[in-house]
Ligand binder design. Sequence first.
Ligand SMILES: Cc1cc2nc3c(=O)[nH]c(=O)nc-3n(C[C@H](O)[C@H](O)[C@H](O)COP(=O)(O)OP(=O)(O)OC[C@H]3O[C@@H](n4cnc5c(N)ncnc54)[C@H](O)[C@@H]3O)c2cc1C
Length: 449
Amino acid sequence: MTKSIVTVIGAGLAGSEAAWQLARRGIPVRLVEMRPGATTEAHRTAFFAELVCSNSLRNASLETAVGVLKEELRRLGSLILAAADRTRVPAGAALAVDRDDFARTVTAALERHPLVEVVREEARTIPEGPAIIASGPLTSAALGAGLNRLIGARNLYFYDAIAPIVTAESVDMTIAFRASRWGNGGDDYINCPLDEARYHAFIEAVTAAEKVAVHPFEKPVYFEGCMPIEEMARRGPMTLAFGPMKPVGLIDPRDGRRPFAVVQLRQDDREARLYNIVGFQTKMTYPEQRRVLRMIPGLERAEFVRLGSLHRNTFIDSPRLLRPTLQLRGRDDLFMAGQMIGVEGYVESAAAGMLAAINLARLCDGAEPTAPPRESALGSLVAYITDPARRDFQPMNANFGLMPELAGRMRGRAKKTALGERALAACDDWIARERIEPDGADAARVAFA
Ligand SMILES: Cc1cc2nc3c(=O)[nH]c(=O)nc-3n(C[C@H](O)[C@H](O)[C@H](O)COP(=O)(O)OP(=O)(O)OC[C@H]3O[C@@H](n4cnc5c(N)ncnc54)[C@H](O)[C@@H]3O)c2cc1C
């Protein structure tokens, strides 16, 4: 492919990173951002990379997967991480930023770059030529309609309904048991049994727990199959027992009887290390989810790798549509990035923008696109969201549970440290082997010179 101008739609976390990565590799970019002329329900400013909610890019420690992902981004020359490090404010173990300073820094770096043409208008159609679409969870209606036509309505979602995920090793299997309802499907599910008293205590706790406030634009209209558990509990104390917690077709092997209610866990990854709590999407706050869900017998010591949520969110069925290079299947020069591919969070979105740009730049240079190694934080996240075997896809954040298991048995901090070290080594190896860092490219820090 010749070095024609590349279009990037959306100058959020993903689009800003993508535009910067293309430009620093010598690729001219047309960065199309609709704000301030048109805006989303959450953005307030005209800055690129506006943080619409928290000012935190989450944990900075290398004992967390998102900390490792940030470090990988630094090694890949990320603009978003360089701006965050530069505008950091004290926040304990987290990397938090002065949000205006941060967004202003990213905006200035891009506006100043001679290869970036900023176009302040709403993109209403999918570009014909090489492009990255990074219009985010609140993609404008016209562009959403364009996407719909390209990928088909059944591959585009407008809400996420995320159920929590726990690690298999943290489930107490002396209490929980493996079985499928009526024996259909062998031992596929892990079942956590509740007696009547435990069930009612759980319902009371769910009802009383603190919930995340609903944004005005997220009118609580719930669809069948994605109603939060607290809404079900609110409709009546037995609604959950007749819904996702119904015990029919299940016998607890410890007493040979049907439990009063069950919570079912379904395998979520190929290696069977992660299990999602079936039908348990919720808007309880994160601390409340940890407290209330640990009341479930067998989950007292559960390790949560993802917590539940329910949002207005435009995202695509990436397992069916995307390659691990973030190219759309069937259209090599069209890449998707950011929250709309089903990654969850500011850092994950920027990371997706990074990968899409690395690969589109390679394509422009006549090189093969590349997928990051499975052991890295970026590679494990991308492998998860593009795994064609995945059904009922819901967005995912970076977590250690996505990375391949370590040889030998390790637990706790030692395991996290070892996974992090392996991830960074794999990332370094990828950068060197695939010559990811272009010769003579600007380092991100040059952006602020
Ligand atoms: C209300 C809300 C709160 C959130 N809170 C957090 C949080 O606290 N922490 C966290 O980690 N994540 C949070 N997220 C998730 C967050 O959106 C993503 O993490 C991140 O902003 C996504 O990055 P992105 O680049 O994909 O999208 P965005 O950052 O939203 O960027 C997309 C850009 O595309 C532009 N755009 C949209 N349509 C068009 C169009 N047709 N033409 C041109 N431009 C267009 C938008 O104006 C925007 O600038 C939140 C999401 C929402 C909706």
